[in-house]
Design a protein around this ligand. Structure first.
Ligand code: SF4
Length: 420
């Protein structure tokens, strides 16, 4: 067998004939993204297959010292292709990559190599990368498409923030999730009608969202508040973190999960930070700055909408996170989630979510440094911080992970009793 891996492109013709399969990560955000891509004529499916066979396929085709997120997403895609559910001559795989200096830049190669080894090397892989986009004539991100996709992420963040703060207290179970579904349909409908994605419109709809979620009838009961941080895939994906949010809900907790917009701002800001620290092209810095300013305005709208109403806890701005973390870690520390992960733990602690689960995938050195490695410094500055690092890897059992979280929750409950 040749060592070469195929880099089959997704052609214009394939847009008509092929279904794009996309691994799930942020359920609500991805539902809106899927609807946008469908409205542009793509056949697309967000993968939901899970179970031990996903890990087994990952272990079979990815070296076992590779990052767990790579192993899982590749395992999920190969499992889907082998399931018999899809015509493998008419599917392509869509994969987002964060890029950067750690192994996040190698996922596409790892996937192509796994496909070759599984006898599926002809399946095209389309990557969406923050740094570069590979040439795929059938999948081009246009400005209008990109604007809709960014607005989708902005809406998804607000829906995640509000639903997490309402769901644990709702009097009529299911009402919050029904409202989330209704907003997913509404936003997708607007995008179809060429509206709903400008900053002004997003700001207006943010305020409607806050009002509607605030109108859901809720019980006034104290709950343990838990923040979730960690490597991006382990933090958000129920497949990676063994349904962490659902588990915490079952334990009677309210969860706070930082939004994806902060991560995007971080990913765009860090090349600018490089230029600031080490020098470089001012032209590319200016181009990046335009994008950074655009996303910052979404963030400003979200925070204003939540703060004006006063019912819900608003996140801090990216600028504030970047500033407040500097007494703990330098802004040049930017492998993986970098200083942002440390900043999120500090911000959650300051905003009342000091019980924290830090989701750490196997093989992820950067996030062990900025996550687990920073806990002692955070506890020293914030004695109320009650943080537990949970490792996610093919050999870790769900029971063991949940027992460790339960230990953290028992301290959290004691603290809640004392507060009462
Ligand atoms: S952030 Fe961690 S898990 Fe993700 S690619 Fe980098 S090293 Fe791997």
């Amino acid at each position: 067998m040749s060592d070469r891996v195929n880099t089959n492109v997704f052609t214009k013709e394939m847009k008509e004939t092929h279904t794009l399969l996309f691994p799930n990560m942020l359920t609500t955000h991805f539902m809106i993204l899927r609807n946008i891509l469908q409205s542009y004529g793509f056949k697309i499916e967000v993968l939901q297959n899970d179970g031990p066979q996903v890990v087994e396929e990952g272990l079979r085709y990815v070296h076992n010292d590779t990052c767990y997120p790579a192993l899982l997403t590749i395992g999920q895609m190969i499992d889907a292709l082998k399931s018999g559910k899809y015509d493998v001559e008419h599917v392509a795989l869509l994969m987002s990559q964060t890029g950067g200096g750690c192994r996040a830049s190698n996922y596409a190669y790892l996937l192509r190599k796994a496909l070759r080894d599984a006898g599926l090397g002809h399946v095209p892989v389309v990557t969406i990368n923050l740094s570069t986009l590979e040439n795929n004539p059938g999948f081009r991100l246009t400005i209008p498409m990109l604007r809709r996709m960014l607005a989708a992420l902005a809406y998804g963040d607000m829906l995640m923030l509000l639903s997490n703060q309402v769901r644990p207290y709702e009097v009529h179970p299911g009402q919050t999730d029904a409202l989330v579904r209704s907003w997913v349909e509404r936003t997708s409908g607007w995008f179809d009608a060429n509206t709903g994605f400008s900053l002004k419109q997003v700001g207006k709809h943010y305020r409607e969202m806050v009002h509607e979620f605030g109108s859901i009838e809720q019980k006034d009961v104290p709950k343990v508040k838990v923040g979730i941080v960690g490597e991006i895939y382990a933090k958000y994906s129920p497949l990676a973190n063994n349904g962490l949010e659902k588990f915490l809900a079952g334990e009677g907790c309210e969860v706070m999960v930082p939004g994806i917009m902060q991560f995007l701002l971080y990913a765009i800001d860090m090349p600018m930070e490089d230029t600031h620290l080490y020098g470089g092209s001012k032209f590319s810095q200016q181009a990046t700055h335009v994008m950074f300013s655009y996303l910052t305005r979404f963030e400003t709208e979200l925070i204003s909408a939540v703060q004006e109403d006063g019912t819900f806890t608003a996140p801090s701005s990216y600028a504030h996170l970047k500033e407040m973390v500097t007494s703990f870690i330098g802004n040049g520390c930017k492998m993986g989630e970098g200083w942002l992960l440390t900043a999120e733990m500090i911000e959650l602690t300051e905003s009342g979510y000091g019980n924290i689960v830090c989701a750490q995938p196997f093989g992820c050195l950067p996030n062990h440094i900025v996550g687990k490695g920073m806990m002692s410094a955070i506890r020293k500055a914030y004695p109320q911080a009650n943080i537990v690092a949970i490792d996610y890897d093919p050999g870790a059992t769900k029971v063991n992970q949940e027992n460790r979280i339960k230990l953290m929750l028992s301290i959290a409950r004691e603290n809640l009793e004392k507060e009462k």
